[in-house]
Design a protein around this ligand. Sequence first.
Ligand code: ATP
Length: 369
Amino acid sequence: MAEVALRGVGKVYPDGTRAVTDLNLDIADGEFLVLVGPSGCGKTTALRMLAGLEEISEGEIAIGERVVNRVPARDRDVAMVFQSYALYPHLSVRDNIGFGLSLRKVPKAEIRREVDRAAEILGLTEYLDKKPRNLSGGQRQRVAMGRAIVRQPQAFLMDEPLSNLDAKLRVQMRAEIARIQRDLGVTTVYVTHDQTEAMTLGDRVAVMKKGVLQQVAPPQELYDRPANLFVAGFIGSPAMNLLQGSLAGDEGAARLTVGGQTLELPASVLADRPALRGYFGKDLVVGIRPEDMEDADLAAADGGGTLTSTADLVEAMGSDVLVHFNVQAAQVVTDDTRELARDAGTDVLGALEGAHTDLVARFSPRTTV
Ligand code: ATP
């Protein structure tokens, strides 16, 4: 196990495409770091540079104490788990898992012991003699994990390892990966485009956009304190409500105008964010999480401002009900109508659609302005 560091790392492909720019990340020994971002943001390139599968154009990569810029992939002592699993179809599960050790001429008895240990961890013991084609997707994924585990590498590098699984299995394997990583304590860098996966797995999450790191922080901090609009919109499902507005105010108080409606900002919000005074008289975007938007009838009077709007779509999703409102052409989503749904049954959901509702925008510490 080891810490992993990227310092000023950049990548320009031979055709001139710049995939990664000045990437700086320090990943602690035993940490689970998730690289997340939309398709094409450079996360796979970053991981492949760490693995040694792609040359770096600028900067420095260190694994443990060692700078590995010129160290070939096979000597970097990291184990990569791919989306495709990359299993050998003609080999049994046992031989697939032990393949890397055989290549390194590890004694047979030791390979057997290591494979048995990994199979035990992964619940694969009864499948060791089968061929990959006779396994389910989830089991194949485990075999790929097994191959990484037996190598006892300094770090695991995982590239969308769950994306070939169906939704239910993905959730199950996600929990499994979290458990295995915690038990083994191996430094892990995990790439995904799925923000839910990132938030549930990562000790810290690094958000990338167009090759540039936007923010790296523990999941809760990303959620509560996104560094910019991109992170605010990308992290969280349903997404944060981002409302275009303008701010007016004086020393003691501030008013936010959104879609022709005015919200009084509590003094605490202003006190919490002194920089806001600089925006008096200017346009800005206010970000409010769906769970901070409440139906006025249900909301506790806790200093929120009220927006009146019309519900134009209601989505019942079992435990949550999402109500979409149209405020100045922006979709506002609240998921705090559970009680309403429970109290009144499903009829009220239909009635909600098209109804005028007072929404309370609660200005919590995580309101982003
Ligand atoms: P995805 O989630 O779709 O895999 P990603 O975030 O992993 O995307 P990368 O695969 O790292 O993104 O690609 C980053 C950028 O580099 C993209 O613009 C991509 O088109 C480009 N790119 C990737 N591989 C090459 C290559 N071999 N040659 C030229 N450009 C490339």
